[in-house]
Design a protein. Structure first.
Length: 674
């Protein structure tokens, strides 16, 4: 008699099934509704579990959880993986001879890297409608997705015989002692069946996908295995969802995000520009730098109140300092390195002499702050010592990764390092949590706090990491923020190589999240750079170093603010807070008086006396996102009034000049000074 398998379900019940039974069979036995809704299964045979195909048989007693659309994160990853395979199948069906490489799921969709046949040009945006239609045809055909185990030799022979040079190259590197799998779209070996090498899992059939819930978005160049020395491929990007409603919502978010793009608004508002002559660095225009200065003043008030001492450290430091800190070994490829002397060599260009010492533009401020801390003898009575710097840093980010203000090569951090005793750590981190909370709320953000735990490659002992992680965790608990309200979550493996860290993830007006603030508890760098203080016992001790930032970088934070507010910054942050615009030239004198009183009240104001129609002026200043337009003509000059047009409001409001000054003065006051 065959021994039955015991399958444990999430509700605590246990079903006994015949060997060869699949999760799909269990779902069907529970009910037709579940059988239809099930997308995949999480199966645990006592090995920790994995997500599997519904039609893959149990291998013994197991715990089973069926994945449906309600398990949105897992479900989305599954359908996006399947959309990628359907994309590759569609391209090869339309253009035989196309070579395929790989195509994973992404945060909001999928992509697949392909190489067009030699007989045609690389794929372009013009090809996407035909590919989409073919993909829908494959989905509607409801082709079964069938898993098979193959040997490495079978894979190599298959790909080489079909001219799939990229797949063949990859197959030759696969381990012989692991199970290698392929998936068929269609019954194996039948006419029209398509095959790809994949670990899975996949849905039961292409018909489980919604043919109206995906869209191909764009094409881009890519290199085989990410190496520009290799063959160039075409990467086709798509977005994929569980249903059309989700797709439409995503496309609406993208449309709204495009309107809010800080690069577009930066041009319209004349805030900044970027150009090849300083690739990855920002040219701030007067209007944009006003925002910067408002942020800088705000942050200085905040850190002064919180007991920080501001310092300034060099841009260039000797490579030996970076070697000692550990950054040279871990971060060298992202550093701009220079010799401290370059001999004059005609024709051949600059060469580094044997006597030259290597220097580097600082990619972060931490080692320099340790050097400041080490000047003189520090007593335990001096701790905690909070050193702050608006520190300009340089990182050699890849050319393709640069993105407006969001990712640059030169940036300024609101950077600080708190040197403290072991006993002071939790309280200092708690105070930082409270400071960050106040600042983010002043800027109109909600946020979530996450604890990034030790990575696999790291400095320091496990005991030190245990202690550091526990301290950060306790500080958030003491601040009352380790709660669902604050989105508290722990992220295994995502800490820095020298310390765990708390991360603040801001949510903007259209629901996007931005990781901005951090605080890290570090025992490694003080050890490596020999930082000490004299304790109460008269002996030398190592301080703990808390690395912290709230804005992250001024550049990126300004970019986030521009997109969060769609350029309509709060009046206190707006580069120009009011413009006095005349209707007729007879009001020029009165406009000058109004402007004088505005500037005397510390309101950033300008006048527009041009001989243009008022509607033209209104449109122009609205495009520049000026919060208030004070319109004056003969009547306003005679009555001592102004007609206030507020950005985003249809009706203007006539008020006395004193009323307008009072209103603007209140709105122009930063929130921490109200």
């Amino acid at each position: 008699m065959t021994e039955l398998l015991k399958i444990s379900l999430p509700d605590g019940s246990v079903r006994e099934v015949e060997p060869g039974t699949t999760p799909a069979d269990v779902a069907a036995a529970i009910g037709p509704g579940l059988a239809k809704a099930a997308l995949a299964a999480r199966v645990d045979h006592g090995d920790g579990g994995e997500v599997r195909d519904l039609n893959r048989a149990f291998e013994g007693d197991a715990e089973l959880a069926l994945i449906t659309a309600r398990d949105e994160d897992e479900a989305l990853e599954l359908v996006r993986h399947d959309y990628a395979h359907v994309l590759a199948e569609a391209v090869q069906a339309l253009w035989p001879g196309t070579q395929i490489t790989f195509g994973p799921a992404t945060d909001d969709g999928f992509y697949y890297d392909v190489k067009a046949p030699d007989s045609r040009d690389p794929f372009s945006m013009d090809d996407l409608p035909a590919i989409e239609e073919k993909m829908r045809e494959i989905i509607r055909a409801d082709k079964p997705l069938v898993r098979e185990a193959w040997s490495r030799e079978q894979l190599i022979e298959k790909w080489e015989s079909e001219g799939e040079t990229f797949k063949a190259e990859w197959a030759k590197e696969l381990p012989e002692d692991e199970e290698l799998t392929v998936y068929w779209s269609g019954q194996p070996g039948s006419d029209g069946a398509w095959l790809d090498m994949c670990r899975g899992p996949h849905l039961a059939s292409t018909g489980k996908l919604d043919p109206q819930a995906f869209k191909l978005m764009r094409v881009a160049g890519a290199y085989w295995r990410g190496d520009q020395k290799n063959a160039q491929l075409t990467r086709i990007y798509g977005t994929g969802w569980l249903n059309k409603k989700q797709l439409n919502a995503h496309l609406l978010r993208l449309e709204e995000a495009a309107k809010r793009d800080h690069r577009k608004l930066g041009r319209e508002m004349d805030l900044f520009h970027l150009q090849e002559e300083a690739h990855g660095s920002v040219f701030w225009h007067p209007q944009g730098y006003r925002i910067w200065r408002a942020l800088e003043s705000y942050m200085r008030r905040a850190i002064d109140d919180a007991g920080y001492r501001e310092i300034k450290t060099p841009q260039v430091m000797d490579a030996r300092q970076w070697e000692q800190s550990g950054h040279w070994g871990k971060y060298r490829e992202n550093m701009f390195v220079i010799p401290d002397e370059v001999p004059n060599v005609e024709d051949e260009g600059p060469l580094v002499s044997d006597a030259a010492d290597w220097m580097a533009l600082k990619p972060m401020n931490c080692p320099a702050h340790v050097l400041v801390f080490k000047q003189g003898i520090t007593s335990y009575r001096d701790l905690p010592l909070r050193l702050y710097e608006n520190g300009c840093c340089h990182r050699n980010e890849p050319h393709g990764a640069l993105h407006g203000l969001m990712r640059v090569r030169q940036f300024t951090q609101d950077d600080a390092h708190i040197f403290c005793t072991e006993a002071q750590i939790v309280d200092e981190v708690r105070k930082f949590c409270e400071l960050a909370d106040r600042i983010y709320k002043d800027f109109g953000f909600t946020y979530e706090i996450k604890l990034a735990l030790r990575p696999e490659q790291r400095f320091g002992s496990d005991a030190d990491w245990d202690k550091a992680e526990a301290e950060l965790r306790q500080a958030v608990v003491d601040a009352g923020m380790a709660t669902e309200e604050y989105g508290w979550e722990e992220l295994p493996g995502e800490g820095a190589f020298y310390a765990p860290k708390l991360e603040w993830h801001l949510t903007d007006a259209i629901g996007r999240t931005w990781q901005v603030g951090t605080i890290q508890s570090d025992r490694v760098l003080p050890e490596r750079l020999d930082a000490t203080y004299v304790g109460e016992d008269g002996e030398k001790h190592r301080p703990v170093m808390l690395h912290r930032a709230i804005f992250g970088s001024y550049e990126r934070f300004i970019g986030i603010l521009i997109e969060h507010y769609a350029g309509r910054l709060p009046v206190w942050l707006a580069p120009t807070q009011a413009v006095v615009a005349t209707i007729v030239s007879d009001a020029d004198g009165y406009a000058g008086e109004v402007l004088e009183k505005l500037t005397a009240t510390d309101i950033r104001a300008e006048s527009d006396l041009r001989n243009e129609k008022i509607n033209y002026k209104v449109r122009e200043h609205s495009l520049a996102k000026v919060p208030h337009l004070l319109v004056v003509g003969k009547r306003e000059a005679e009555e001592g009034t102004v007609a206030v047009r507020t950005l985003g409001q249809q009706q203007q409001k006539v008020m006395s000049l004193d009323e307008a000054l009072s209103m603007l003065a209140e709105e122009a006051t930063p929130p921490d000074l109200r």
